[in-house]
Design a protein around this ligand. Structure first.
Ligand code: CP3
Length: 382
């Protein structure tokens, strides 16, 4: 069954087709022409890698680089009161984004926000339980879905995030690339359906089986919201956008192609049409061998590799289609020692013949030792 427009009940042709009442692309083009023209040959190392250059020393940043392992992050979060207040306070969110840049001189800064702000902007209740993680109101019926706000309403909630980006574009060092991000539709849907993180994404798989039309309608709405959210981020100064599909690995076969690859392809294609040249990084975590066809099919400039992927295999099978990012296991940032250095060097070496952005295979954890980040950087750059 096709998704239907909630206002006029016309059929939407595929799960990701935008609402026909959405502001037309022509409106966007006005904003596009106001953006600075992309430089012919970018000087920022990450932008060069994203264009396919193999740099002598790979550029580097870390997922969750602004986070609880840093004492200065914990102090600013305390000042904000709680995590969500920090996300919606542009001055403080910009401050925590800058902290790891000052401390380590990473090649990129990633906007401080969360993938669950979009569901909140669409009308879901969202709160964080200390020590446990996020909680949301659930979407399991047509009635729940009908209560969500229209996509064009998201900016009412998300405008502080765009302000954070504007501050960052002013304050970041000239050589540092600013990355915006959003969750991928499948991963965001797993939280919206279950109302929390789940080990096997069981509730989302159950809805997919029991009411595929509703599941696809939800995915379509998140896809459309993500395109608008990332468009506003680019207009506010994001130079690269990243799509986090943390739970892509639980989609098998056709489901992977339909619900991980296809939304990422559509988001990438639409953003590149609106903002020619905008680089996209996609992270279908735990995709395994499907990383290869995902990289080819989505048109993303770079795929981020989790730490279960063998670097040598990825160099031969994934990096041949374009830039890769990753894939050091985050536990090395806790454990340190000779393995941190040897693993870092092994990954740099494995990807040295093509475009590579050094990163972890997933976010740095709160238990990480901040000094280990210096050790990692030394191993990359020496
Ligand atoms: O990477 C960065 O430094 C940018 C900021 C960022 C955060 N979350 C901040 C954050 C980014 C890119 C995310 C993405 C995100 N958020 C993902 C996708 C990536 C991944 O980790 O798989 C997901 C699934 C979420 C949802 C989310 N947010 C969960 C499940 C949790 C709780 C788990 C935890 O680590 O506590 C969060 C909270 C969160 N998001 C924190 C941070 C720094 C910790 C909040 C705190 O300060 O207490």
């Amino acid at each position: 069954m096709r998704a239907r427009c909630r206002r006029c009940d016309s059929a939407l042709l595929d799960i990701a087709q935008p609402d026909p009442h959405r502001r037309a692309d022509t409106d966007r083009r006005i904003a596009v022409t106001q953006l600075p023209a992309p430089a012919e040959a970018p000087t920022k190392t990450i932008l060069r890698a994203l264009q396919g250059e193999a740099p002598a020393v790979p550029p580097v940043w870390m997922m969750r680089q602004a986070g609880r392992y840093l004492p200065e992050y914990r102090a600013t979060r305390e000042k904000a009161g709680d995590f969500l207040s920090l996300c919606y306070n542009p001055d403080l969110a910009a401050e925590v984004t800058l902290q790891p840049i000052r401390r380590y001189g990473f090649d990129a800064a990633i906007l401080f926000a969360d993938i669950l702000l979009l569901p909140q902007a669409l009308g879901a209740d969202l709160w964080f339980v200390t020590g446990e993680g996020p909680r949301l109101s659930t979407i399991t019926s047509e009635e729940d879905f009908a209560r969500l706000k229209p996509v064009h309403a998201i900016d009412e909630t998300l405008s502080p995030v765009y302000e954070t980006l504007r501050i960052l574009r002013r304050e970041l060092p000239a050589e540092t690339t600013l990355i915006g991000f959003a969750g991928a539709p499948w991963t965001v849907a797993t939280y919206m359906i279950a109302g929390r993180g789940t080990p096997d994404q069981g509730p989302a798989h159950a809805l997919k089986t029991e009411n595929r039309a509703l599941f696809e309608q939800l995915l379509g709405k998140i896809t459309e919201g993500t395109i608008e959210y990332l468009s506003r981020q680019i207009e506010a100064g994001a130079e690269v956008v990243k799509i986090f599909d943390s739970w892509a690995g639980s989609l098998q076969g056709d489901d992977f192609d339909r619900y991980a690859t296809e939304p990422a392809r559509l988001i990438t294609e639409t953003l590149k049409r609106r903002y020619p040249g905008i680089p996209v990084i996609a992270f279908p975590r735990q995709a395994g061998e499907a990383y290869t066809r995902f990289h080819q099919a989505t048109g993303a400039d770079c795929v981020a590799l989790d730490d279960s992927v063998d670097a040598q295999w990825a160099a031969e099978n994934v990096q041949i289609h374009g830039c890769v990012q990753g894939n050091l296991a985050p536990r090395h940032m806790v454990e340190g020692g000779p393995a941190l250095v040897s693993e870092t060097k092994r990954i740099v070496q494995a990807f040295s013949k093509g475009p590579h952005i050094f990163n972890l295979g997933h976010g740095i954890t709160p238990e990480a030792d901040p000094d280990n980040v210096h050790r990692m950087l030394e191993a990359i750059r020496s």
